[in-house]
Design a protein around this ligand. Structure first.
Ligand code: SER
Length: 851
C-alpha cells in the first residue's frame, strides 16, 4: 500500500482514523503490513523524505500514525536517519469502567444496575465517549472492559422471556444504539470492547415471574435456559463485543460453576455463533475470582479454545511489587496455559480517595506482572471505581477521573507497553508531562518526587497492618485499636500478608518475638513505621518546595498538596495507633499497667492525627471510598439497606473519640487498683424473641445448659454466655439438608448463629466477603460473641449475627456445613462484642480461597 492509494476505500476505518490525525502530512506516509508482535510498528524516513510505516496489524499502523502526530505536534523535525521500532510487552491493555453505583438500588442487591440514563447519564453521551476513547488511544490501550452484574436484560430481547427485559423500550433502543456506537468507536481506535458479567444473576422481572431470587447459588433449569439464550442473543447482536465471565460470586460450588461455564455460558456463545454464522470463536475472558480456575480452565478449554484468563494483581488494593505465595502460583499457572493472561489491578481499597502518581512503584508492579506472574495483559481499574466518571473531591462540578487521575492511567499504560523503559528517559518523560501541566520544570521535579514518595505509604501500611486487601476495608478511614490488637476478630484474609506482601511479621508475631527474645524476620512493624513516616515527610517537603514554581493549574497543585498532607496524617495516625496496639499486646503478656499507660499516650496521639486528617478532608472530599454499603466492614460497616454510611472521616471521628474515652476509663480503673476480671454477673440476657418457622424439620428450643442443639446429634450445651442463656434457638440438623430455612418475623430480627471453629468441611464456614460480597447483606463476618458456648467434644463456637427482616424471609446459607442457631433477638437490641471464653480459645481458621 502506498501514498497513492491512501484515500482508497480499501483502507480500514482504523487506518483512515489514524491518517486523519496526521492531517496533510498523511500524503507523505507509505504504509505496509509487516510481520511482528501484535500492535508493534516501525517508522523510518527514506532519502527522499517519505515516511514509511510498517506494522503487522491495523492497530500498529494506527499507533504509528499517532506517534508521528505527537511528534509533529511537539514540533519535532524527524532526522534524516529516523528509524524506530516499537513493540508492546503486554499485548492486551485496557481499563475497566463500572456500570455500578456507590449505593444499592431499592429492593435490589449488589452489582444489580440496569443500564438506564438516570443511573448512567454518561453512557448515553456521545461526546463523552469520543473524548474518553481518544484518551485511551493516546495511552495505547487496546481494550475497554465494561463491568456489570447482569447486562443482558438491558441489551438483548428474548422472545421466550419478555418479562426479563429490565428497561423500557425507549431505553432499550437507546442501549442497543449506544452499544453499537461504542463498539464502532472503539474499533476505530483499535480498542476491543468487552462486557463483564457475574453469575448467576437474573433480572428482577425474571426472578418475580419464576418466584426466585435475583442471585442464585445454584442453577435452576429456567435460569440456565434464560442465561444460555441471553448469551446467544448477545453474540448474535454484538458479534464484535467480547465477554468477560465471573463465575461467582453468587454461584457457589465448583462443580456447579464448571457445568455452568461449559453447558450454559460457552454453549450459549456457540449458539449465538451458529445463529450469526460466525466461524471464529469470539474471545472470552474467564476471571479467576470466586472460583478455582485450575479446575474451570481445563474443562472450558475442552469445549472452547479462544479463552483468556484474568486474576487480581494485589487483590483489591495496591500493596507490593514483590507478590508471591499462592497468588503468584495462580498467576503462573494461568500464564502457563498459553493464552493471554491478564493481571487485574482491581479496586484500590488502600489508595482511595487520594491521587496516586507513584510512577516508580507502578513501573515495578508491571515488571513484577511480567517476571513473577508471566502475564501478558493488563486490566486496570480506576481509583474510584463505583463513582465513575466522577472523582471523590468536593468540587462543583465534580472532577472527572480521567482528568484528575491522568497520571494513574498513563503510567499503567506506559509500563504495560514497556515496563523496562530506561530510568533516565522515563524520568525525562514524566518531567516533560508534569511541566506541561504545572508550568515549570522545577515544579515538575518536586511534584514527581512528592507523588513517588507519597505513593510508598499506603502499600506498606495495608500489607503490614491491614485486615484484608479486599474492598471490605477502606484503609484511609483508619482502623480501630481492637482491629490492630485482635485482627482475628475481623476475619483477616491471610493472602494479604502471605501473597500480597514481602515476607515479614504481623504485629502480634513481632510482639511475641520481642518478648521471647527470638530474632525478627523480614519486614517488621518498626521498620514499616519508620519508612512510612519518612516517605510521607519527604513527600510533604517536596510538594511544598514546588509551590513557588507552579505557574499553571494552581488549584490542582493545591489538591495534590492536600493529598500529600492527608497521606502524612493518615500514616502518622496508623503509626501511633500501631504503637498503642503494640503496648496493649505487651500488656496481655506482662499485665503491667505501665504498658497500657504507654499505649494511652500513643492512642491519644493517633486521635490527634486523625483529627488533622478529618480537618484536611472535611471540605475537600465528599467521601473516602466508593463502596459505601454493608459490603464494607473495616473499620466499621458501611450502610445497610443499600444506603451509604460511614464513608467520611467526619463520620468516623466520633467513633475514635469514644474509643479513646473508653480506653482512658479502662486505664484509670486499673490505676485505681480495680482488677480486670471475667465477672459476668452484670450481663443481662438479650431480649427474647421468636419467629414462625415455615420450613419443615426445624423447631424452636430454649438455649440453656443441658439443651440439645441438633436433631441428628446428641451434643448438649454445657455452658453458655449469659446474654444468650434462655433465648429461643432453632434446632436444625447438623448435616447438610437444612441450608435454607424459611422464617416469618414480626419485626426485624438478629438470628444468632454459632459457627464451629474448625477447618473440617463438616462445619459451615463464615463467608469470605473477598469472594462473596452479597453475603454481607445478611451475615456479619465478624463474630459478635467469641467462644459463646462450651459443648463437650466440639471446638469453640463463635456467634455471628444474621439479619432477618420483618415478614417472611429465607436464611440461605449458600454453602454447606453444620451450624447451630443459639438465639433470636430484636435488631434494636445492642449486643456487646466480647469473648465469653467458653470452650478452648483458638484463632479463627484462615480463609484460603481466591479473591
Ligand atoms: N469483589 C468484587 C469482584 O472482584 C467487586 O470488586 O468482582
Amino acid at each position: 500500500m502506498t501514498a497513492n492509494n491512501l484515500q482508497s476505500q480499501s483502507l480500514s476505518p482504523r487506518i483512515r482514523f489514524g491518517l486523519g490525525r496526521l492531517g496533510p502530512q498523511s500524503k507523505r506516509v507509505h504504509i505496509q503490513h509487516s510481520s511482528g508482535t501484535v500492535n508493534s510498528y516501525s517508522i523510518r524516513l527514506d532519502t527522499e523524505g517519505r515516511i514509511h510505516v510498517a506494522a503487522p496489524d491495523d492497530t500498529g499502523i494506527l499507533y504509528a500514525c499517532i506517534d508521528l502526530a505527537q511528534r509533529f505536534e511537539r514540533g519535532e523535525i524527524l532526522p534524516a536517519d529516523f528509524n524506530i521500532s516499537r513493540s508492546p510487552t503486554f499485548t492486551l491493555r485496557g481499563p475497566a469502567i463500572g456500570m455500578q453505583k456507590t449505593f444499592i438500588l431499592p429492593g435490589r442487591k449488589v452489582y444489580e444496575y440496569p443500564y438506564r440514563p438516570d443511573l448512567f447519564p454518561w453512557f448515553y453521551d456521545r461526546s463523552y465517549w469520543s473524548t474518553y476513547l481518544d484518551s485511551l488511544l493516546k495511552n495505547r490501550f487496546n481494550a475497554l472492559f465494561l463491568w456489570a452484574g447482569h447486562p443482558f436484560a438491558s441489551l438483548v430481547k428474548l422472545p421466550d422471556y419478555p418479562y426479563a427485559q429490565e428497561v423500557d423500550d425507549e431505553t432499550f433502543a437507546k442501549n442497543v444504539e449506544m452499544f453499537h456506537h461504542i463498539t464502532a468507536e472503539c474499533d476505530r481506535r483499535g480498542i476491543w470492547f468487552v462486557q463483564n458479567f457475574y453469575n448467576i444473576l437474573l433480572p428482577e422481572g425474571f426472578a418475580k415471574h419464576h418466584g426466585c431470587d435475583t442471585q442464585l447459588a445454584a442453577p435452576t433449569p429456567e435460569a440456565a435456559d434464560y442465561t444460555r439464550k441471553s448469551l446467544a442473543a448477545f453474540v448474535k447482536q454484538y458479534p464484535n463485543v467480547g465477554l468477560m465471565v465471573c463465575l461467582g460470586e453468587a454461584l457457589q460450588t465448583l462443580d456447579l460453576q464448571k457445568n455452568w461455564c461449559t453447558d450454559v455460558i460457552l454453549a450459549g456463545i456457540k449458539d449465538g455463533m451458529a445463529q450469526a454464522g460466525l466461524t471464529d470463536e469470539p474471545p472470552v475472558v474467564i476471571r479467576t475470582h470466586a472460583t478455582n480456575a485450575r479446575v474451570i480452565m481445563p474443562a472450558a478449554l475442552g469445549v472452547y479454545k479462544n479463552l483468556y484468563t484474568e486474576a487480581k494483581y494485589n487483590g483489591e488494593s495496591l500493596t507490593t511489587h514483590e507478590p508471591r505465595g499462592v497468588r503468584q502460583a495462580l498467576h503462573r499457572d494461568m500464564s502457563a496455559l498459553g493464552s493471554t493472561h491478564l493481571i487485574n489491578v482491581h479496586i484500590l481499597a488502600n489508595l482511595e480517595p487520594f491521587r496516586y502518581g507513584a510512577v516508580r512503584f507502578i513501573k515495578k508492579c508491571m515488571q513484577a506482572a511480567r517476571e513473577r506472574f508471566g502475564a501478558s495483559g493488563l486490566h486496570l481499574y480506576p481509583l474510584a471505581f463505583w463513582s465513575w466518571p466522577d472523582a471523590p473531591d468536593s468540587t462543583s462540578p465534580p472532577l472527572k477521573q480521567t482528568e484528575r487521575d491522568w497520571i494513574w492511567f498513563e503510567a499503567w499504560a506506559r509500563y504495560a507497553w514497556d515496563p523496562y523503559i530506561d530510568d533516565a528517559e522515563d524520568h525525562a518523560y514524566w518531567i516533560d508531562r508534569l511541566t506541561t501541566v504545572f508550568g515549570t520544570k522545577e515544579a515538575a521535579e518536586h511534584i514527581l518526587d512528592a507523588l513517588n514518595d507519597a505513593g510508598e505509604c499506603a502499600p506498606r501500611i495495608l500489607r503490614r497492618y491491614g485486615i484484608t486487601e479486599g474492598n471490605r476495608q477502606t484503609m484511609s478511614l483508619g482502623m480501630t485499636l481492637d482491629q490492630l490488637v485482635n485482627p482475628a476478630r475481623a476475619k483477616p484474609f491471610p493472602e494479604l500478608w502471605e501473597s500480597q506482601s514481602p515476607p515479614g511479621e504481623r504485629l502480634q508475631e513481632y510482639v511475641e518475638r520481642e518478648l521471647s527474645g527470638r530474632p525478627h524476620e523480614g519486614e517488621t512493624p518498626p521498620q514499616i513505621n519508620e519508612e512510612v513516616l519518612r516517605f510521607a515527610a519527604i513527600a510533604v517537603d517536596a510538594i511544598d518546595r514546588a509551590e513557588k514554581h507552579v505557574t499553571k493549574h494552581r488549584a490542582e497543585y493545591e489538591r495534590i498538596r492536600n493529598d500529600c498532607r492527608c497521606i502524612e496524617a493518615m500514616s502518622q495516625n496508623y503509626v501511633a495507633k500501631v504503637r498503642a496496639a503494640e503496648y496493649v499486646l505487651r500488656y496481655s503478656h506482662t499485665r503491667q499497667v505501665a504498658d497500657l499507660e504507654a499505649a494511652l499516650i500513643h492512642l491519644r496521639a493517633s486521635l490527634q492525627h486523625f483529627r488533622t486528617l478529618e480537618a484536611l478532608t472535611r471540605t475537600t472530599y465528599d467521601f473516602a471510598n466508593t463502596m459505601q454499603t454493608s459490603q464494607r466492614r473495616v473499620p466499621v460497616p458501611g450502610g445497610f439497606d443499600g444506603q451509604p454510611a460511614n464513608y467520611h472521616w467526619s463520620q468516623l471521628l466520633p467513633i475514635y473519640e469514644t474509643e479513646l474515652r473508653e480506653f482512658e476509663k479502662r486505664v484509670e480503673l486499673l490505676q485505681q487498683g480495680h482488677l480486670e476480671t471475667d465477672d459476668e454477673s452484670a450481663i443481662e440476657r438479650l431480649p427474647k424473641k421468636s419467629v414462625r418457622l415455615l420450613s419443615p424439620g426445624v423447631e424452636l428450643f430454649e438455649a440453656n445448659v443441658g439443651a440439645r442443639i441438633w436433631h441428628d446429634r446428641p451434643e448438649k450445651i454445657e455452658s453458655i454466655a449469659p446474654e444468650l442463656a434462655g433465648l429461643n434457638g432453632i434446632r436444625v440438623n447438623s448435616t447438610t439438608g437444612s441450608e435454607i430455612i424459611e422464617v416469618e418475623a414480626p419485626e426485624p430480627m438478629n438470628i444468632l448463629v454459632g459457627y464451629v471453629q474448625s477447618a473440617d468441611s463438616q462445619w459451615l464456614r463464615v463467608p469470605d466477603l473477598e469472594t462473596d460480597a452479597p453475603a454481607a447483606e445478611f451475615v456479619d463476618v465478624e463474630p459478635v460473641i467469641e467462644n459463646a458456648v462450651a459443648i463437650r467434644g466440639l471446638p469453640p463456637v463463635h456467634v455471628h449475627v444474621w439479619r432477618a427482616p420483618a415478614g417472611r424471609s429465607t436464611l440461605d446459607l449458600r454453602t454447606r456445613g453444620g451450624f447451630m442457631i443459639l438465639g433470636i433477638t430484636s435488631q434494636s437490641a445492642e449486643i456487646k462484642r466480647r469473648d465469653a471464653k467458653r470452650g478452648q480459645s483458638v484463632p479463627s481458621p484462615g480463609t484460603p480461597g481466591e479473591g
